[in-house]
Design a protein around this ligand. Sequence first.
Ligand code: F6R
Length: 339
Amino acid sequence: MKRGHIKEIDRWGMIEKLMRFPEMCEEALSFRVEPPKQKISRVVLAGMGGSGIAGDLIRDWLDPSIPMETCKGYLLPNWVDGETLVVATSYSGNTEETLSCFSDAMRRDAALIGITSGGKLEEECNKFGKPLIKIPPGLPPRVALPYLFFSTVVIMKECGIVSRRDEEIRESIKTLRELREKMDPEIENNRAVVVAKKIKDTIPFIYAPPPLYGAAKRFKTQLNENSKIQAKVEFFPELCHNEIVGLGAAPKNVSFVFFRDVEESEKMKVRIEFTRKLVGEKKAIELRGEGKGRLSRILSLVYFGDFVSFYLAILRGVDPTPVEEISELKTELTRLPQS
Ligand code: F6R
């Protein structure tokens, strides 16, 4: 794919930002935050869309020994209390669901930390003296994922929820740099372009086992927002209890993307292979993360999927950056009386 051609479609320059993914990860690792004084027994990661996905990825990676939930809505779970750490993440700082969770956390005396590039979330954190990680502004929120993800990692480290994972983190950034080399648009047989071509003009059904739920969800949402196509995501083993019925008769314009991982148990492998046979080998694309550690495998799949969604946008002749429907709805909501 020629750079000149990309430039004509990618008017807001998403490719340059995508290429900075590994550096954004490193930059975020140098952020600092004051940990809360109270004891932390539970964690809620609150955020929507491109900000919220950071929480899904953290949970997949850590599988922590204390309860950790993501919250994608206006209200926190009922059990949130003074021993709960609530991380409110909104890139713009103006997402109303996340701001509502912030207020909810205040009401319940939870330990509260914000991650944002500015907006009302920054104002609220300053007003109430809550710790905040301020990340660089000027990006589409979903492109800021490395900042959002590793800011959350920093918070987890400061709170003692993540320890002795530095080597795994280093490996993941090295893997991302190596992957980037292979993602250059002008490289012949660029695998992301190959996958994008296979998916083009289809509705991808993405199927993933743990610990790749967040990575698969990210791929789906990037196909929505960057490529402007519909896609769906389902998870193993749950999909084996519903989705597989009638799968052989799926419409012709559906493609199937299987996320695979070295952590699959023998039974999980049987489930995945069984499902693959149902969809027919020809239609199935298999994606695996790179590297040894779980974090490296998760993040490399995220990064690869980001490139696929970007190249698919170019193949479809659509600018990957604008998300008009999301912006329009947000504007409409701001016209309502604010509570
Ligand atoms: C836009 C994007 C969206 C936003 C979501 C929440 O690039 O990815 O999914 O992330 O609308 O907005 P923020 O992240 O500003 O809280």
